[in-house]
Write a protein of this length. Structure first.
Length: 198
C-alpha cells in the first residue's frame, strides 16, 4: 500500500497510480480531438450505471479518482489503518526473515514433480515476500502481493497439481498456501543449495 497508494502530500514525481491513470485518460479522451470517441460514446450510451451526473472522466487534479480518494480514507484511520474493517499491518522490519521449515527431495511416489520446499514465517507479524527469490538448487521468484501470515507457511512446489495429488502429507485438502512451479528439482542425493532471500 505504501508503494502504490501514496499518502496525501506525496510529491507529484513520487506518485505511482496517478500518472498511469492520466496517461490512459489522455488516450481515451484526447484533449486535441473534439469530439473524442469517449465523448461520442458518452453521448450515446451514458455511464452504464445510469447516473448521467458523472462526467466522462472522473479524474481531477486534486486526486478525486475513487481509488485514490480511498487511499486518503485508509491512511486517515491511523494509527490502526483499516480496509473493509480489517487491520492493515504496519511496515515490516527491513531485516524480516523466513525459514526453510521442511522439504521433500525424494517423494514416496518417486515422482519428482511432487517435491516441495516449505517457507515458514516464525515471526509474530506477517511477512511480505513479494519478489523475494529462492535461488540455488531450485529457482523461484515470489509473486507480487505474497504475504506469509505470522506463524504460517508457504509451500513452493515443483508442480502445484502434483503437490496437491501427493499421497503423503502435505497435500490438497489441508488448507495450505501453495505457489509454484519452481525451476529445477531438489537433488535426490539430499544435497541442496537453497537460499530464500530478497
Amino acid at each position: 500500500m505504501d508503494t502504490i497508494l501514496m499518502r496525501r502530500g506525496t510529491p507529484t514525481n513520487a506518485l505511482v497510480i496517478e500518472p498511469l491513470i492520466r496517461q490512459y485518460e489522455n488516450k481515451m479522451n484526447p484533449p486535441d480531438i473534439s469530439p473524442s470517441d469517449a465523448t461520442l460514446d458518452y453521448m450515446v450510451w451514458g455511464p452504464f450505471w445510469g447516473n448521467t451526473t458523472y462526467s466522462i472522466s472522473r479524474i481531477s487534479p486534486n486526486r478525486s479518482f475513487p481509488p485514490i480518494c480511498r487511499a486518503g480514507g485508509i491512511f486517515s484511520t491511523a494509527p490502526t489503518p483499516r480496509l473493509n474493517g480489517d487491520f492493515i499491518p504496519a511496515a515490516q522490519p527491513t531485516n524480516a526473515v523466513v525459514l526453510i521449515g521442511s522439504w521433500d527431495y525424494n517423494p514416496v511416489s518417486g515422482y519428482q514433480n511432487e517435491q516441495y520446499v516449505e517457507l515458514r514465517n516464525t515471526n509474530a507479524y506477517p511477512v511480505d515476500v513479494s519478489n523475494w527469490r529462492l535461488t540455488g538448487g531450485i529457482e523461484f521468484t515470489m509473486r507480487p502481493g505474497t504475504v506469509i501470515p505470522a506463524g504460517k507457511s508457504l509451500y513452493l512446489a515443483a508442480n502445484v497439481n502434483a503437490f496437491r495429488n501427493r499421497a503423503a502429507s502435505p497435500h490438497a485438502g489441508q488448507g495450505l498456501f501453495v505457489q509454484g512451479a519452481y525451476g529445477g528439482f531438489l537433488s535426490t542425493q539430499g544435497k541442496h543449495a537453497v537460499d530464500p532471500g530478497k
